[in-house]
Write a protein that binds this ligand. Structure first.
Ligand SMILES: NC(=O)c1ccc[n+]([C@@H]2O[C@H](COP(=O)([O-])OP(=O)(O)OC[C@H]3O[C@@H](n4cnc5c(N)ncnc54)[C@H](OP(=O)(O)O)[C@@H]3O)[C@@H](O)[C@H]2O)c1
Length: 317
């Protein structure tokens, strides 16, 4: 891979930065693309001098996408959003842009395209997020049939937005919510395993044209994930069941905030289990061993403990 060019869309994001690190370690030159190249400068030390180039491009602009993939051997698309904001709609970023990127990658003669979607991508879903993910996958397949599509469940790791968010909430709030009673099931997958899966997708000829669902070794209910989070941060908080209708009502108001912590569309998503489907190709098919959540969670949630990371506090009895 020495000297080959990889263009990564969504490089500054939580998963993107881990993929840039892995590509750089394998000798790729990397165009690290997002809308704010300044904000992506932290990626440069992941490579040698000049190996990682932060690049500004909005994936809703086909000309900018074409410039970003010019000469690329490999293209990875991680652009995704959890809520809509201005021009960054589900339709634009998750349904249309994947096709734009796939067409540009094909026109540029890229040998591999990895598209990161999500478990639950479904054209018939009541969630606009899930419908747009399905439309994006279809557009990628049509324009670049050999593309590898990766569909993770919740991704966890030091910068994640799931465990960090609920641990932060537990610091500030007297209770934690259990949406819909907390019975929805998830299969959290480690961000390093997702990055390894993307590297295998690029390197293994047998992966071409396949879709993989990426989950960790264990399925947990939402309630179990909240209990694990509280145990890690050594805090006791009552877990309060919030019916989906009430969560949706609250979300309608929270959507008025510039960065909504919860949207009605996310409540829709929370109604469906987010686990690897029976018969799906998985991490194992890419030669990646899934890392147990219990090993990694303590390495980054300890900062939410009373007194901080080095307080040495014991879990409440
Ligand atoms: N994290 C998870 O638990 C999880 C689970 C399942 C699936 N996924 C999927 O995995 C992918 C990556 O997720 P993530 O957690 O790494 O997301 P993230 O941290 O929110 O990063 C998203 C990236 O996309 C860029 N981006 C957003 N809109 C853009 C636009 N219009 N043009 C160019 N770049 C744009 C962002 O940079 P700028 O805002 O600076 O442009 C950022 O680099 C997404 O497709 C997501 O749906 C994530």
């Amino acid at each position: 891979m020495q000297g080959q060019l990889a263009t990564v869309f969504g490089a500054s994001g939580f998963i993107g930065r881990n993929i840039v690190r892995e590509l750089a370690a394998r000798g790729f030159r990397v165009n690290a693309v997002c809308r704010d190249a300044e904000h992506a400068k932290f990626l440069k030390p992941m490579g040698t001098v000049g190996q990682v180039t932060p690049m500004r491009a909005d994936v809703t602009d086909p000309a900018a996408v074409a410039r970003a993939v010019a000469g690329a051997d490999v293209v990875v698309n991680l652009c995704g959003i959890l809520y809509q904001s201005g021009r960054n709609t589900f339709e634009a970023v998750q349904a249309t842009a994947p096709g734009t990127i796939a067409k540009a990658a094909a026109a540029a003669g890229a040998r591999a395209l990895v598209h990161v979607s999500a478990i639950g991508a479904d054209a018939g879903s009541r969630s606009a997020y899930a419908r747009s993910k399905a439309a994006g996958e279809a557009a990628v397949r049509a324009a670049f049939p050999a593309a590898v599509i990766l569909r993770p469940s919740i991704v966890y790791g030091p910068d994640d937005s799931f465990f960090n968010r609920f641990a932060g909430m537990a610091q500030m709030l007297p209770v934690l919510p259990l949406f819909g009673g907390g019975g929805t099931r998830f299969q959290p997958v480690y961000v390093d395993d997702v990055a390894d899966a993307a590297m295998a997708a690029i390197a293994r000829p047998d992966a071409a044209g396949n879709t993989y669902e990426l989950g960790g070794p264990t399925v947990y209910t939402f309630r179990q994930l909240m209990e694990m989070t509280l145990a890690e941060i050594h805090r006791k908080r009552p877990l309060v069941a919030v019916p989906f209708w009430l969560a949706s009502l609250k979300a309608a108001f929270l959507e008025l905030l510039p960065v909504p912590p919860l949207t009605r569309d996310q409540v829709e998503l929370l109604k469906t289990d987010n686990v690897v489907s029976a018969g799906a190709r998985t991490l194992a098919d890419l030669g990646v061993a899934a890392t147990p959540l219990e090993i990694v969670l303590p390495t980054y949630l300890d900062k939410f403990r009373v007194g901080g990371r080095y307080a040495g506090g014991r879990a409440p009895a």
